[in-house]
Design a protein around this ligand. Structure first.
Ligand code: PMP
Ligand code: GLN
Length: 380
C-alpha cells in the first residue's frame, strides 16, 4: 500500500491549515446538521448507550434505514438480514470489495474515482479497470464500458451522484450499466452517499431499482453527507441477505462495530421530515450557483454539477496547466485550497487541467474565496 501515501484530502486540508487558506478542498460542511440530531446524540450518550452495539447495527437504525429505502425508492428490505450499519461509507466500500473480490478478480469503475476505491480494490488484491467520464458533461462511451468488462470482472462499482464531477447518472446510463451487469453476471456495488444532494429537479435513481438489479446490487450510503455530520462516520449497506452477510463477515474484522450513540442519532435523523433533506439540497444548489458564477468571473471554465458538494473547474482559463501544481501553489497565490482531480484518474492527462472546489460552505466563505481567486486572476 506504500504507493497510496497520504490522501489528497488530508494533504490539502493540512496545506489549508498551514497557510490559513480557505479550505474548498476536503468535502465537509462548515455548519452542523439539524439541532435535534445533535441533541439525540447527546441524549444517547446521557442515556448510557456507550458500549458496543450489535454487530449489524442497532435495530432502531436498521429499521430506519429500511424505512428510508422504502419511502424514497420503494425498495423493500428486511432490516434483520438486508441492512448492515458500517463505519461510514468508507468501511462499507472496503468491506464490500474485500468480501466480493480477491487476487485475479477485476473491478470495473469510472474515473475519476473516489480515492478509497483504488485503495480498497488493492487491499483485496484485485485489479481495477476504469472507464473515463469526460468533461464537460462527464458522459461515458458505452462501448468503452463494454470493453472494460472481461471474464475476470466480478464487480461493477458505481458512484452516483458522483464525486468529484457532480455528475448524476441518468436513467439511460443506468440502463446501460444494468444491462451489462446482468449480461456478465456482475455484482454491482453502488456508492450513493450524495443520494439526497441533487439539483435542478434531477432525481437520484438507485441502480438497485432497475429491473433485474435488486438481487445483484449492494447499495451503500452514509449519514455524513445527507445530514452534514461527516465526522460521525455512520454508513450502511443494503441488499440481498447473502451479499450483506458476506460484507458483515468482513466488517466484523475491520471495526467490528462503532459509534453507538451516533447510531441512535442517525436513526432519529432518518425519521425527520423529508423536507429537511430537500431544504439542504436547495441550499446547496444556491451555493453551486454562487460559486459557479464566481469562478467564471475569476476566469475559470466551470462544469456545473447536478449533485454533490463539488464543482470542477478547468484551470486553463486562468493560465494553469497542471492541477496538482496549481493546487499546491494556490494557497500561496490566492489563499484558497482546492483538490486536483488528476489524482483520481489512471489516465492523468484526462484530468490534468481540472480542479475540484467544495461549495458546502457558508455563503460568506464562498464569496471570500471567489474574491481571492478573482484578485489572483487580475494580478497575473
Ligand atoms: N464515497 C464518496 C463518493 C465520498 O465522497 C465519500 C466521502 N464522504 C465517501 C464515500 C466516504 O463516506 P464516509 O465519510 O461516510 O465514510
Ligand atoms: N469525501 C470527502 C471528499 O471527497 C473526503 C473524505 C476524506 O477525507 N477521506 O472530499
Amino acid at each position: 500500500m506504500a504507493s497510496f501515501g497520504t490522501t489528497i484530502f488530508a494533504e490539502m486540508t493540512a496545506l489549508a491549515q498551514e497557510t490559513g487558506a480557505i479550505n474548498l478542498g476536503q468535502g465537509f460542511p462548515d455548519t452542523d446538521g439539524p439541532p435535534e440530531v445533535l441533541e439525540a446524540a447527546i441524549a444517547a450518550i446521557r442515556a448510557g448507550h456507550n458500549q458496543y452495539p450489535p454487530g449489524p447495527g442497532i435495530p432502531e437504525l436498521r429499521n430506519a434505514i429500511a424505512a428510508h429505502q422504502k419511502r424514497w425508492y420503494g425498495i423493500d428490505l428486511d432490516p434483520d438480514g438486508e441492512v448492515l450499519v458500517t463505519t461510514g461509507a468508507t468501511e462499507a466500500i472496503a468491506a464490500a470489495l474485500l468480501a466480493l473480490t480477491g487476487p485475479g478478480d477485476e473491478v470495473v469503475t469510472f474515473e475519476p474515482y473516489y480515492d478509497s476505491y483504488a485503495a480498497s480494490i488493492a487491499l483485496g488484491g484485485a485489479t481495477r479497470r476504469v472507464v473515463t467520464l469526460r468533461a464537460p458533461d462527464y458522459s461515458f462511451d458505452p462501448d468503452e464500458l463494454r470493453a472494460a468488462i472481461g471474464p475476470a470482472t466480478k464487480v461493477l462499482l458505481l458512484n452516483s451522484p458522483h464525486n468529484p464531477t457532480g455528475k448524476v447518472f441518468d436513467l439511460d446510463e443506468l440502463a446501460v450499466i444494468a444491462g451489462l451487469c446482468i449480461e456478465h453476471d456482475l455484482i454491482a456495488v453502488t456508492d450513493e452517499v450524495y443520494e439526497h444532494l441533487t439539483f435542478d429537479g434531477v432525481a437520484h435513481v438507485p441502480l438497485a431499482t432497475l429491473p433485474g438489479m435488486a438481487e445483484r446490487t449492494l447499495t451503500l450510503s452514509s449519514a455524513g453527507k445527507t445530514f452534514s455530520f461527516t465526522g460521525w462516520k455512520i454508513g450502511w449497506v443494503t441488499g440481498p441477505a447473502q451479499l450483506v452477510a458476506a460484507v458483515r463477515t468482513v466488517k466484523q474484522f475491520l471495526t467490528y462495530v462503532s459509534g453507538t450513540p451516533f447510531q441512535y442519532a442517525v436513526a432519529v435523523a432518518l425519521g425527520l421530515p423529508d423536507q429537511v433533506t430537500i431544504d439542504l439540497a436547495a441550499s446547496l444548489q444556491s451555493k453551486r450557483d454562487r460559486i459557479a458564477v464566481g469562478l467564471r468571473e475569476a476566469g475559470f471554465v466551470v462544469h456545473p454539477p447536478k449533485g454533490t458538494y463539488f464543482i470542477t473547474a478547468d484551470i486553463r482559463g486562468v493560465g494553469g496547466v497542471d492541477g496538482i501544481e496549481f493546487c499546491r501553489e494556490l494557497p500561496h497565490r490566492a489563499g484558497v485550497v482546492g483538490v486536483p482531480t488528476q489524482v483520481f484518474y489512471d489516465d492523468p492527462e484526462a484530468g490534468r487541467p481540472l480542479v475540484r472546489f467544495a461549495f458546502c460552505k457558508r455563503d460568506e466563505v464562498i464569496d471570500e474565496a471567489v474574491e481571492r481567486l478573482t484578485a489572483m486572476g487580475a494580478g497575473s
